[in-house]
Ligand binder design. Structure first.
Ligand SMILES: Nc1nc2c(ncn2[C@@H]2O[C@H](COP(=O)(O)OP(=O)(O)OP(=O)(O)O)[C@@H](O)[C@H]2O)c(=O)[nH]1
Length: 350
């Protein structure tokens, strides 16, 4: 009897649109389906991988790699093979692309895979309702991503009015004609929408036809201009800066740093340790554009108390950012009083 093929779904969307949140929702509401996950962080600190670990049946993390720019498909194939082995008993595989990946390339790689245990299961494009206009202005290529999506999740609808949401839905209907658009907040979509959906054959065919010819073209182009092949990709214009500290951060100095973050610094994620008495928990931090939130949770018993941040932006000065954070180190957190945490707590949930 032929083995059932495992659908592989690509979860894409610009930086901070809510992919990890949606993935965690799927993992928590999978209704018994076993989900294998491939996470592709932009930056070598695996914040996304850490955020989904613990909930997932089987996961591979690509860490600091640009999945969409892999020269051949063998690397991804290796990961898919691991997840698709019968012993893992996985029902569906979700690839969470980094917020700067080119989804078309990923789809192409899955379609080109020799692995007979898997089948391409569609592209889900997550859109940040609150940032959509700004993101699209800076990155017109998002229109193209929407055009090849099988399902569009209009996320963060809690951050827009009903009228704004309706306008966005009309814009999306124009950019992705015939593609279902599901409005959500905090990625709460019905998992059935993803797992049982069949990708649209016509679009699939178009991507499939592109593949070999296009790849050959790309190779020629790269050879011609001597570049590494990332130009034209969304992430070519972005860089990521990482910061790790075993010393606690001074809450007031850190909030000042955040208040003065440069405009090009579009995304910050990670977690912070302040070590101030009464506030020694882990503060997960997310900033997208002007928006900033922290979420407080206990550390796992064996978890090292530290701060790990990834900052992603264009035209940012990495060494200035790092210096700014270095200046936030606080060797005497036990001396900091409750007041010093006020600025942090204003942005904290939980
Ligand atoms: N208000 C609001 N916040 C949301 C919603 N969905 C996600 N967020 C928050 O938005 C931030 C970014 O969410 P993530 O799920 O990490 O986004 P992502 O697309 O995985 O981000 P990258 O990996 O950087 O591309 C987090 O603080 C989330 O809690 C939503 O529907 N409404």
């Amino acid at each position: 009897m032929a083995r059932r093929q495992i659908p592989v779904i690509v979860l894409a969307g610009f930086l901070g649109s809510g992919k990890t949140t949606l993935l965690n929702h799927l993992l928590a509401h999978s209704g018994g389906s076993r989900i294998g996950v491939v996470v592709n962080d932009f930056g070598s600190i695996e914040i996304d991988a850490l955020s989904v670990a613990g909930q997932v049946d089987s996961m591979v993390s690509l860490g600091n790699g640009c999945l969409c720019c892999a020269v051949d498909t063998s690397e991804l194939d290796g990961f898919l093979e691991r997840l698709a082995r019968p012993a893992a008993r996985i029902d569906v595989i979700v690839i969470e692309a980094s917020g700067l990946a080119e989804p078309e390339e990923l789809v192409r790689m899955i379609l080109a895979s020799d692995n007979e245990s898997i089948v391409y299961g569609g592209l889900v494009e997550v859109v940040d309702a609150a940032e959509f206009g700004r993101t699209r202005e800076r990155h017109p290529e998002l229109d193209r991503h929407l055009g090849i999506a099988d399902l569009v999740v209009l996320n963060k609808t809690d951050r827009v009015t009903d009228a704004e949401r309706e306008d966005l839905e009309a814009v999306l209907a124009g950019l992705a004609p015939g593609t279902p658009v599901v409005a959500s907040s905090h990625g709460r979509v019905d998992p059935e929408l993803l797992f049982d959906r069949k990708p649209r054959e016509d679009r699939l065919e178009a991507i499939r036809q592109l593949s070999f010819e296009d790849l050959a073209h790309e190779e020629r182009d790269h050879a011609h201009d001597g570049q590494n092949g990332h130009e034209g990709h969304l992430h070519a214009a972005y860089e990521s800066v990482e910061f790790v500290s075993d010393d606690p951060l001074h809450p007031r100095r850190f909030m000042e740093f955040l208040d003065h973050r440069p405009e090009g610094l579009y995304r910050i994620k990670g977690f912070v340790y302040f070590g101030v008495p009464g506030h020694r928990q882990k503060f997960a931090l997310h900033a997208v554009g002007d928006f900033l939130r922290m979420y407080r949770s206990p550390w796992a018993r064996s978890e090292r108390r530290l701060t790990q941040l990834v900052m992603i932006g264009s035209g940012i000065d990495g060494s200035a950012l790092r210096a700014g954070l270095e200046a936030c180190r606080n060797e005497a957190p036990q001396d900091a009083d409750d007041h010093s945490m006020w600025g942090v707590l204003r942005y904290t949930q939980g």
